[in-house]
Design a protein around this ligand. Structure first.
Ligand code: IMP
Length: 416
């Protein structure tokens, strides 16, 4: 059986915490897209862990963790993330695998977006590496591994030729043999972990193991369905989970959307409910809304139903995990955007970037609960107005909210 965790907003919804909670009930955790642009924060035994590339399931002894073929991998970054975890007692041997089909991020991919300001990217080389992939000039981990293990002059010429055409694509000067040598050096360090993960995952499914597929970023940063062009370069939605692992959809797959009780966005692009005022400041402070990858302050706003509804439609959410409810505890009232007004007309989520930029939020305001919900574990203990808020959101989205997260700790959660 597969469980697929997908961000229902613009990323940073708290997928790391939910992945950690659900990892306990699964045998395998796999990432399917993105790279070190992601930042999953997990608190375990009072300690904070920030993951950029490695599935947080690695904190659970014995769980198998996989970086799937849909990911772009900065090997140096991956090795230092592994080293940091090893220092804290985490072991990788025999339970960590990186797809040989995954795309390599090379240093020039990062140089290529050093001065990027239009989209407001994380500058981790993500867009340029996926561009190389689509141009069919990217190197995969398997290409470099093959070069290392089964050397031949002909294969070396092929790999160098790929790097030459990739440098041309990005308009960057470089020495292909030197680039290949340093990539080979890096890949050698993780060679034991490079594997045919599609085959591995398929075998695990056939053996009856349960698999958690952990997405990075969120639905509206999806290259196809997001608020283009202010998006990331991968498929963050449900299709990406299947293509990024090579696992087919199956009856019984559980697709869980993760949404914050409000909304945040980093980087450029419209955020209809953004609060550039003391409410936004309070959410930023209360929710510690600063990027775990770049440290950038996140833009904060009220819950946006048209976005959440569209996310559910695209991904087929079977249920939703609502996170950070406690951040709204102090508010006397909580506005929720229930539709947009575009060009003087009521509208749902529009499909073009231009019309989305024109969307003004239409609000329904709910009474706040003004009492502490932090750390609550039982639905019955929530204040009535907090219950009403959750029920209002689930009615508006048309999806059951099955989990309500009430704090950063692994136990701060209500299972409904
Ligand atoms: P890129 O993924 O670095 O190419 O950045 C593209 C857009 O996605 C920018 O607006 C980033 O701020 C945003 N983004 C990328 N990764 C994350 C994430 O993990 N959380 C939130 N936003 C992200």
């Amino acid at each position: 059986m597969k469980t697929i965790l997908i961000g229902a907003q613009f990323g940073d919804e708290g997928k790391g915490k939910m992945a950690d909670v659900l990892a306990k009930h699964n045998d395998v955790v796999a990432r399917y897209q993105g790279g070190a642009n992601a930042g999953h924060t997990v608190y375990r035994d009072g300690q904070q862990y920030i993951f950029h590339m490695i599935p947080s399931g690695i904190l659970h002894p014995g769980k198998i963790c996989v970086i799937g073929n849909g990911c772009v991998v900065d090997v140096e970054g991956l090795r230092s993330e592994m080293a940091g975890l090893e220092e804290r007692g985490v072991s990788f041997g025999g339970r960590f695998y990186v797809s040989d089909r995954a795309t390599l991020i090379l240093p020039y991919h990062k140089s290529a977006e050093k001065y990027e300001t239009r989209v407001g990217t994380t500058r981790r080389g993500i867009g340029p590496a996926y561009t190389s992939r689509r141009n069919r000039s990217a190197l995969t981990l398997g290409d470099v591994n093959e070069f290392l293990r089964n050397y031949s002059e002909g294969y070396e010429r092929y790999v160098i030729g790929m790097i030459e055409s990739d440098l041309r694509l990005h308009g960057i000067e470089g020495e292909p043999p030197g680039i290949l040598d340093s990539a080979a050096c890096q890949v050698e360090g993780i060679g034991d972990f490079v594997a045919d993960t599609q085959h591995l995952l398929h075998s695990l499914v056939s053996d009856g193991r349960s698999i958690l597929l952990e997405g990075a970023q969120g639905t509206f940063l999806d290259i196809d369905h997001g608020t283009y062009p202010f998006v990331t370069s991968s498929g963050t939605t449900v299709g990406g989970a299947y293509s990024g692992t090579g696992l087919p959809p199956a009856i019984g797959d559980m697709i869980i959307g993760v949404a914050k009780a409000y909304i945040t966005r980093v980087g450029n692009g419209h955020l209809p409910t953004e609060q550039k005022n003391s409410y936004g400041e309070a959410m930023r402070k209360g929710g510690n809304e600063f990027g775990s990858t770049t440290g950038r302050p996140r833009r904060c706003g009220w819950f946006d139903v048209p976005l959440a509804r569209k996310a559910s439609e695209i991904n087929g959410f079977g249920s939703v995990a609502l996170t950070k409810l406690d951040v709204l505890d102090a508010l006397p009232e909580v506005p929720v955007c229930t539709s947009y007004e575009i060009d003087g007309r009521e509208s749902d989520f529009p499909s073009t970037g231009r019309r989305f930029e024109m969307a003004h939020p239409v609000y329904t305001t709910l009474p706040g609960w003004q009492s502490e919900t932090s750390g609550m574990k039982e639905w019955k203990d929530l204040p009535d107005n907090a219950k009403r808020y959750v029920e209002f959101l689930e009615n508006m989205m048309g999806v059951r909210i099955s989990y309500v997260s009430t704090g950063p700790g692994e136990d701060d959660i209500i299972f409904r």
